[in-house]
Design a binder for this molecule. Sequence first.
Ligand code: NCD
Length: 308
Amino acid sequence: MAIRHLLQLEGMEPAAVQEILELAMRFKADVLTADRCKRHELAGRAIMNCFFEPSTRTKTSFELAGKYLGADVVNFQTRGSSLEKGETLEDTARTLEAMAIDVLVIRHQVSGIPERLAARVKVPVINAGDGFHEHPTQGLLDLLTVYEEWGHIAGLHLVIVGDILHSRVARSDLWGFLALGAHVTLVGPPQLLPRDWERPGLRVTASLKSALAEADVIQVLRIQKERQSLVGLPSWEEYRARWGITRDVLGSLREHTLIMHPGPQNRGVEIDSEVISGRTSKIAQQVTNGVAVRMAVLTWVLGGPYDR
Ligand code: NCD
């Protein structure tokens, strides 16, 4: 049987996306509620977390997700490893594989690395974020967060605001929401918008006001200071004035419009503290759902049945 990887949401069957979301909801009800009951779907399995870039939410939630399902989870220390002695990433991956691990979770600053490794190892690979390419588990947890609130995705209007060009989150959200029938608008400074992404259901604009008029959900992206300099961009003050989701912007939204942010946030730049803690903010739920979705994805790549 072919190995199941999770490398991107682009091209993924809507039915597979639905299957993962349903599994995540069942795990959430069992494991992430007050009377936490650990499950055993992944007992005897070993998961290797390899993070070559900083991460708080994604790394710890993969770790918790594996542990809640009974797996052993190891965080590979990229610093101080043989990579520093010149070993190639492929050889390192094969070495880890030879220790009989069952899943490789990888975050890397270079787009395409998870896919390259997936072609070379015999275990499922999960992309935990690669360069500007994709962050599929983030896209899935965003879908779950909206689905829980609305009970459907089709027909909703998602607005993604910010540094679209440098954002793997924007790409995964875009593919995931389009696959399930939502409309998506990408908005941000013209120099941070993609040029050739026109397709049905997708709109690209620099005007925050026109984008927000129809928004059911707003995903606010972090300005990726480490991936760009200010060259060509307005100052942070101007960015905030034109594209920031401020308290004033919050006041102008339709009452039901949900606010999301994948984190980490630059408070006072792309989003105000009042918005983060506002009534329609789903930012904390996104974090909780990250654990639920990663439990589902780990189980899904291993092809494991839910009931055992
Ligand atoms: C995102 C990432 O690393 O891609 N964070 C996350 O996983 N929650 C978004 C970001 O860094 O801005």
